[in-house]
Design a protein around this ligand. Structure first.
Ligand SMILES: [Fe+2]
Ligand SMILES: [Fe+2]
Length: 208
């Protein structure tokens, strides 16, 4: 399996696709690339002595959302990827990649999924936090011609509920630590945004 080739293949399929009105062209490609990197970092924490399945983990991350928009996209994605990657890896690797993709969307702590599935699930969630979350939010309101105030309101209301749900879906403590760090950044950003959206200045010595 040649990961560079697979990255090119992912770009061919996803690089100029717009799967959702709210997202930029190619979002699924760039999201997949980021998820691959986060997944390897999580794997190093969760299974520090076992990098034997990193190539399959990376390949699955590249293509995990290929069927986004055709729901349940995880199941359809695993079917599509079996065709696309058939000539690029061994049957065993293909089985592993398809299994990872198939289950990335079904987060159920009672199911006892294997570590690589849980790692991909967590990496997928973690890419939706931090700067990427802010980017997606701005893109969402820009597409709808929303105002900066709309975004401020979102962070004061829905964002907190959404973040709680996302955190609750994570499998590992280390993922929760990464999540919390990103969440703090988003809250700090949102706090400042709320001030500047109304013409306020942060840390300005009014009477100084
Ligand atoms: Fe997905
Ligand atoms: Fe995803």
């Amino acid at each position: 399996m040649n990961l560079e080739q697979l990255r090119d293949l992912a770009y061919q399929h996803l690089g100029s696709r717009k799967a959702h009105q709210d997202r930029e062209l190619g979002f699924i490609y760039y999201h997949g690339q980021r998820v691959a990197k986060i997944a390897v970092k999580l794997r190093q924490q969760v299974l520090p002595d076992d990098d034997s399945h990193d190539p399959e983990l990376i390949a699955a991350a590249y293509f995990h959302d290929i069927a986004k928009g055709i729901e349940p996209h995880a199941i359809y994605g695993s079917v599509i990827v079996r065709e696309i990657l058939a000539d690029h890896c061994t049957p065993e690797q293909l089985d592993r990649i398809c299994k990872l993709i198939r289950y990335h969307q079904f987060r159920d702590h009672t199911k006892g999924y294997d570590d690589h599935i849980k790692i991909l699930q967590d990496a997928d969630i973690l890419d939706h936090l931090g700067v990427v979350e802010i980017w997606m939010n701005f893109h969402h309101y820009a597409y709808r011609e929303g105002t900066l105030r709309d975004s401020v309101k979102f962070y004061e209301t829905e964002y907190r509920k959404l973040a709680d749900r996302m955190r609750g879906a994570l499998n590992y403590e280390v993922s929760k630590r990464i999540f919390d760090e990103k969440h703090r950044f988003v809250l700090a950003f949102a706090e400042r945004m709320a001030v500047e959206a109304e013409g306020g200045l942060v840390n300005f010595p009014e009477n100084g």
